[in-house]
Design a protein around this ligand. Structure first.
Ligand code: BG6
Length: 488
């Protein structure tokens, strides 16, 4: 994100403006950008949707959602933005609706347009064709940028087909495929940590690192998304995208420049070196109701969540071991795990270093391995855990840490990932978005796990636990154990 406002106002079109994503993420992000002075003051927002709504009714709906999220009344920044929000009614497959949208965009007179698909994935094809048929992909008068939300396809074939369809009507440079994890501060900071310091890069390989763990644990269940999730499951929902993106950021080679092409070239290269996920070294799970006496005893089993098919075999938890076949990472296992209704909210990357080759002290137990922990959620920050001498006579070891926490260091909260992403689209910076080849290689890596989800019955785990007990076995076979968030 640059610290200057775009010189031209643009029109920001949100397809699916009456949906959850627009109210929960997109409009709050536009509002925050407006309030912070990042958005050109004449930027307009065109909400497109199927319901019959007036401009005022749409503004009221969005204002209610925003006020609830902020926990108080809205101020001038909202009034300024709201006056520039308009509604266009239409079906996603209705050519006339796109003609009306084109007219409306013409009336606004802004040269540049952003189109955002905050709609169910099955509408993406219609939106791409509708825009292009109405001449709205043509960049003669100004830029036309298309933001596509995840999921991008549901497997390799459908992602390829969607890429083909999109790239028939838009150029790759116009397309911004979202993975919001890339815009989290700690994810962006990974590149800075590795490539703006000399301390870490020399030890960033199989020479010093024993293994890497990436965890994405969420206490939330379905939150009204049961019918979508039941079709997707954890592998499609977060492994194919967020988890593999984090893995790529940890393992990619240093790019020559920090720009969209150079960074994405390096990510694709490392993703291609990633062996396809092997179901033999994976554990799939599904949550059952919380046991009596638990913190949240009324938590239902996954199969009893609204929208979920009874007897569903969709996994809500997955843990898998990955290997990278290249010079830097050969021999280092990567253990990834993600799940819903787990004990705590925690997204983190833990690099565990090799143990000392020789210990000259007389100790009751070998020293614990050093760890570097990159926390994305909650309390974004970085910790280094290592051994130190306990003060006093003789040699006794204590576990100590060096900690950097964004919240302690800076006075204001980090921007939400969507603020960064929207600003980047407006500025034309695609570094934090996925390229066509990147999405496809991710589907390829995950394909064997996806097939496993069709044939295997997921193992049960109690809501509020850290997943199926069998996941511990996955590491125990290699003589390792899972890092327990915030407790090691
Ligand atoms: C989304 C997934 O991409 O990421 C959700 O679809 C998940 O299932 C969410 O809850 C988590 O994002 P965050 O930013 O809250 O960690």
């Amino acid at each position: 994100m640059n610290d200057t406002v775009e010189p031209h106002p643009s029109s920001f079109v949100i397809f699916g403006v009456t949906g959850d994503l627009a109210a929960r993420k997109l409009v709050p992000a536009l509002h925050a950008l407006q309030r912070g002075g990042w958005l050109h003051p004449e930027t307009t927002v065109l909400g497109f949707g199927r319901s019959d709504l007036s401009d005022d009714a749409l503004r009221e709906r969005l204002a209610d959602a925003l006020a609830e999220q902020q926990g108080g009344p809205l101020g001038d920044a909202w009034r300024h933005l709201a006056a520039r929000i308009h509604y266009v009614r239409g079906g996603y497959d209705e050519p006339d609706a796109y003609a009306r949208l084109a007219e409306r965009l013409d009336d606004e007179g802004h040269a540049d347009h952003v189109y955002y698909t905050a709609t169910p994935p099955q509408t993406y094809g219609d939106i791409v064709s509708g825009l292009a048929d109405a001449g709205l992909a043509d960049e003669t008068a100004g830029y036309r940028r298309l933001v596509i939300e995840k999921p991008f396809g549901e497997d390799l074939d459908s992602a390829r087909a969607l890429n083909a369809l999109v790239l028939e009507r838009f150029k790759e440079t116009q397309v911004y495929r979202i993975d919001h994890y890339l815009a989290k501060e700690t994810a962006q900071n990974l590149a800075v940590l590795r490539f703006a310091n000399t301390l870490f890069e020399p030890i960033w390989s199989n020479r010093a690192i024993d293994h890497v763990q990436i965890t994405m644990a969420e206490p939330l269940g379905m939150e009204g998304r049961g019918s979508f999730y039941d079709q997707a499951g954890v592998v499609r929902d977060v492994f194919q995208n967020h988890m593999l993106q984090l893995l790529a950021l940890v393992t990619m080679e240093p790019p020559a420049r920090y720009d969209a092409d150079a960074v994405r070239d390096e990510k694709v290269k490392v993703l291609r070196a990633l062996a396809c996920a092997d179901p033999e070294t994976a554990v799939l799970g599904q949550y059952t109701a919380a046991p009596a006496g638990a913190d949240r005893p009324d938590t239902p089993a996954y199969v009893d969540e609204p929208g979920v098919a009874s007897g569903s075999r969709t996994p809500t938890y997955a843990a898998a071991r990955f290997e990278l076949h290249n010079w830097r990472w050969a021999g280092v296992p990567f253990y990834l795990r993600a799940g819903k209704r787990l004990e705590a909210k925690a997204s983190e990357i833990v690099l565990t270093f090799r143990r000392p080759p020789h210990v000259p002290f007389d100790l009751p137990m070998p020293p614990r391995a050093d760890r570097l922990i990159l926390r994305l959620v909650p309390d974004e920050g970085i910790s280094l855990r290592f051994n130190a001498k306990h003060p006093g006579q003789g040699i006794e070891l204590d576990r100590v840490g060096l900690d950097f926490a964004y919240q302690g260091q800076y006075q204001r909260p980090n921007p939400d990932a969507y603020e960064t992403l929207i600003q980047d689209v407006i500025e034309g910076d695609a570094t934090l978005f996925m390229r066509a080849d990147e999405v496809e290689v991710q589907w390829k890596v995950i394909a064997p796990l996806l097939s496993a989800t069709e044939s295997l019955r997921p193992l049960p785990y109690a809501a509020g636990s850290m997943g199926p007990v069998e996941a511990a076995e996955l590491l125990a076979r290699d003589g390792r154990h899972w890092y327990r968030p915030r407790k090691d």
